[in-house]
Design a protein around this ligand. Sequence first.
Ligand code: GAR
Length: 204
Amino acid sequence: MTAAHKIPVGVLISGLGNNLQALLDASSAESFPARIVLVISNIEHAGGLARASAAGVPVQIITHKGKTREVFDAQVDAALRDAGVELVCLAGFMRILSDGFVRAWESKVINIHPSLLPAYRGTRVHERVLEAGEKQSGASVHFVVPELDAGPVIAQAPVPVLATDTPETLAARVLEAELRLYPTALRLVCEGRVKLENGAAVTT
Ligand code: GAR
């Protein structure tokens, strides 16, 4: 697939960027239907920034500090539009996007979350999974809607929870699953095989 036929994707990060790396690696394949044209971090020293730069992808740091959510989101929106982004991947992006942003980008923002949604939305996921004695956890990629982690699921990957798990060991096992899942889910969306229609994820 030539670059012109690939969907231009923007990735928003706040941290280490393991998921970003998985998307960068996948998109370097000629047959992958997306190319990452911009990485935005709200955190100045996020580890993922170096990963983007190493892959030759432009980066922007847009800090949220001292701004209203609306001003921050407007700056992110402008940067994405300037870069020609058509689809946004949240990859460890730890900010809640305003309703206005989500509506403006409806069906064009996807997120990865380290649980089998709709279970365990929000934070402290692995701690809560272990506290509840779950035998299974996993990762989900979903369309972003105004309500946090509540959007229709595009794809999921289960992992076992072991009796010996700590939040850290469980997080590492879920992350491994995330790294396989996110490129798969991005491909499904870019190829139009999963779409957001009337508030549901529809597979064609
Ligand atoms: C990932 O586990 C991702 O699912 C989670 O943050 C981690 C980021 O890791 N995201 C959320 O919790 C979003 N609510 P990474 O920066 O190394 O990809």
